[in-house]
Design a protein around this ligand. Structure first.
Ligand code: ZN
Length: 118
């Protein structure tokens, strides 16, 4: 787990990570549902698709479209266990702790909040 200011500075410098934006439809969904509801979906996705020691289809479990959380996951390298290990120093091969799940949700929340104010 990393310091969030430092982490977001690194995303800004990454050509790949910095190009993700919500589509108008994903933006509208976030506005209509509100951040709290969308973050409850984030927690659910993370617990099912990322938290197990060996997630199903790891590396391909996060779609590129259709939910604001999926876009946030690609933008913040919380899309799969390989990216979590590389960017967030959370090792693969073991389940995520509750604290790590909370950390991933906090990273996604910060990215989504910033999108709302752009
Ligand atoms: Zn990934």
């Amino acid at each position: 787990m990393r310091d969030l200011d430092e982490l977001f500075e690194a995303f800004r410098r990454s050509e790949f990570r910095s190009k993700f934006r919500l589509s108008p439809r994903e933006s509208a969904y976030l506005r209509e549902k509100g951040l709290d509801v969308v973050l409850s979906h984030a927690r659910d996705f993370i617990e099912k698709r990322l938290a197990p020691a060996e997630p199903a289809n790891d590396g391909r479990q996060t779609p590129m479209h259709n939910h604001p959380v999926f876009i946030a996951q690609h933008a913040t390298a919380t899309c799969c266990r390989g990216c979590l290990q590389k960017w967030h120093q959370i090792p693969k091969g073991r389940p995520l702790s509750d604290r790590e799940v909370q950390y991933v949700v906090a990273v996604i929340a910060r990215w989504l909040l910033r999108q709302q104010t752009l």
